[in-house]
Design a protein around this ligand. Structure first.
Ligand code: HEM
Length: 487
């Protein structure tokens, strides 16, 4: 009885003390009001956080102003949180700037039932109009033709390919959202793509990070004012295109995402279902979300791929040798991918090294969670630090060098690497992954079949700069390359 009594007291004490002394993740000492803002480099936040993880471990906290953020670093920790604790780490943090963009609507910056419904709808319609079907392969192949034509027109002279590539990527989303592509010379289209690019760039700037900590500063910050102007203009353009589609809507013949959404809305209205998430705001925000998430990401990655090829010509030659041997001069198809392991490894390595979404998109805990011994309260902002996974020194043989062998076995076959998560993982994993992978493969291979990419005359390969421009995504610094015809 005495032993039982002691055991009971011990259990009571341990449960009391563990609740009382819940172990918080460690982190640098915050200053009043500023938190740790002075201890991180806001211009290269992801790298700064990787450095802090070396000191404080894979789960640590930093304060941005008064705002506490828990950072998850390294493949094992990020995977454990996003996959094994998918529910607890699966909510989205809606920072002030993201709230300004979406007011809690759409797919990327929403939570709860609304998010579930919009994400499910996007996934199923993208499947119907895009990813799973030959339709999207056809649309991408058509776009490859236009893209190559634009490159051809440069006649091998040095040019900056950023715009053209972003037009091509945006046209794929446009085909899926609106059922049509735009001419690269269409001035409204050009303005729309440039605005989206600018929105993404400005979102990652230091002043917007500061705005997220001190939202009352907004009207005093030029970047915030510019952002709001661009966002409102993009919304207006999207509303106009949707209005045109509404006029010609035929529920029997769905042409695109917008048609599918409007048809669902009509059906719900006819069934007199109230409080549906299928309202005009959600449509506009979802369409804008898919453009924002699907254009810059794919465009930047393709740009990085071409830049790596120009910088490392021996890898480029091997890709072209494989393409000539396996495909020859005919159009590459998605089915060819399995016979092009080297090319596939080069595309994987491009995504790994370019690491274009370094902090993923901030998450939030949906409930209290004890993770790796640390207590993290419900509603805490969480950064799954993708830089620390894609460049994890314990996972990759040469984490900071371009090395396609990361994805090849001794026989030259493509291997799957678990730490390859440029699309993140778990509940919020990128729903555009299959589409993006298809685009990257078809655009990259089509361009490499037609052109040899080289630095401009007078510039050596060594001089090609790989320093990224840091925004919400990491894009290559403005640069020029020559696309020399291989015909
Ligand atoms: C979210 C990467 C292309 C739509 C994300 C996230 C990453 C990512 C890292 C954040 C996941 C998280 O919060 O943990 C990429 C990369 C791409 C790409 C590297 C191309 C190379 C696309 C495309 C589309 C798309 C083509 C759409 C057509 C989305 C959406 C979300 C998202 C809607 C938010 C998901 C949610 O909150 O549930 N993407 N993405 N992405 N992506 Fe992508």
């Amino acid at each position: 009885v005495a032993i039982m009594g002691l055991l009971f007291l011990h259990l009571c004490y341990s449960s009391f003390s563990s609740q009382d002394k819940k172990l918080e993740p460690p982190g640098p000492t915050p200053l009043p009001l500023l938190g740790n803002l002075l201890q991180v480099d806001l211009k290269r936040l992801d790298r700064s956080l990787v450095d802090l993880s070396k000191k404080y471990g894979p789960v640590f906290r930093v304060y941005f102003g008064m705002k506490k953020v828990v950072v998850l670093a390294g493949y094992k920790t990020v995977r454990q949180a996003l996959v094994n604790h998918a529910e607890e780490f699966g909510d989205r943090e809606v920072t002030p700037i993201f709230y300004d963009f979406n007011k809690g609507n759409g797919i990327i910056f929403s939570n709860g039932d609304l998010w579930k419904e919009m994400r499910r709808f996007a996934l199923s319609t993208l499947r119907d109009f895009g990813m799973g079907r030959r339709i999207s392969e056809g649309k991408i192949i058509e776009e490859c033709g236009y893209l190559s034509e634009e490159f051809e027109q440069q006649e091998g002279k040095a040019f900056d390919n950023a715009q053209t590539i972003h037009y091509a990527a945006s046209n794929i989303i446009s085909a899926l959202m609106f059922g049509k592509r735009f001419d690269y010379k269409d001035s409204d289209f050009k303005a729309m793509v440039e605005k989206d690019h600018e929105i993404i760039r400005l979102t990652g700037t230091a002043s917007i990070l500061i705005y997220n900590s001190f939202p009352w500063l907004g009207p005093f910050l030029k970047n915030w004012r510019d952002l709001m102007k661009h966002v409102e203009a993009s919304m207006e353009e999207t509303r106009n295109i949707i209005a045109d589609l509404k006029e010609t809507l035929n529920p029997e013949m769905c042409r695109c995402f917008v048609d599918a959404f409007l048809t669902r809305k009509l059906n719900l209205e006819e069934s007199e279902i109230k409080d549906s998430h299928y309202h005009d705001d959600n449509l506009v925000y979802s369409v804008r979300n898919l453009f924002a998430a699907g254009t810059d990401t794919t465009g930047n990655t393709l740009q990085w791929g071409l830049l790596f090829m120009a910088k490392y010509p021996h890898f480029q030659e091997q890709v072209q040798e494989e393409l000539s041997r396996v495909v020859g001069n005919r159009q590459v198809r998605v089915d060819d991918r399995k016979n092009l392991p080297y090319t596939d490894a080069v595309i994987h390595e491009t995504q790994r090294l370019a690491n274009i979404v370094p902090l993923a998109i901030p998450h939030k805990t949906s409930q209290d969670v004890t993770f790796q011994g640390y207590f993290i309260k419900k509603g805490t902002t969480v950064f799954p630090l993708l830089t620390s996974v894609l460049h994890d020194e314990s996972e990759w043989e040469t984490p900071y060098n371009f090395n396609p062998s990361h994805f090849l076995d001794k026989e030259g076959k493509l291997i799957r690497r678990d730490a390859f998560i440029p699309f993140s993982a778990g509940r919020r994993v990128c729903p555009g992954e299959s589409l993006a992978r298809m685009e990257l493969f078809l655009f990259f291979t089509s361009l490499l079949q037609c052109f040899r990419f080289t630095p401009p005359p007078g510039v050596t390969e060594d001089e090609l700069d790989l320093t990224p421009v840091v925004g919400f995504t990491l894009s290559p610094s403005p640069h020029e390359l020559c696309a020399v015809s291989r015909q």
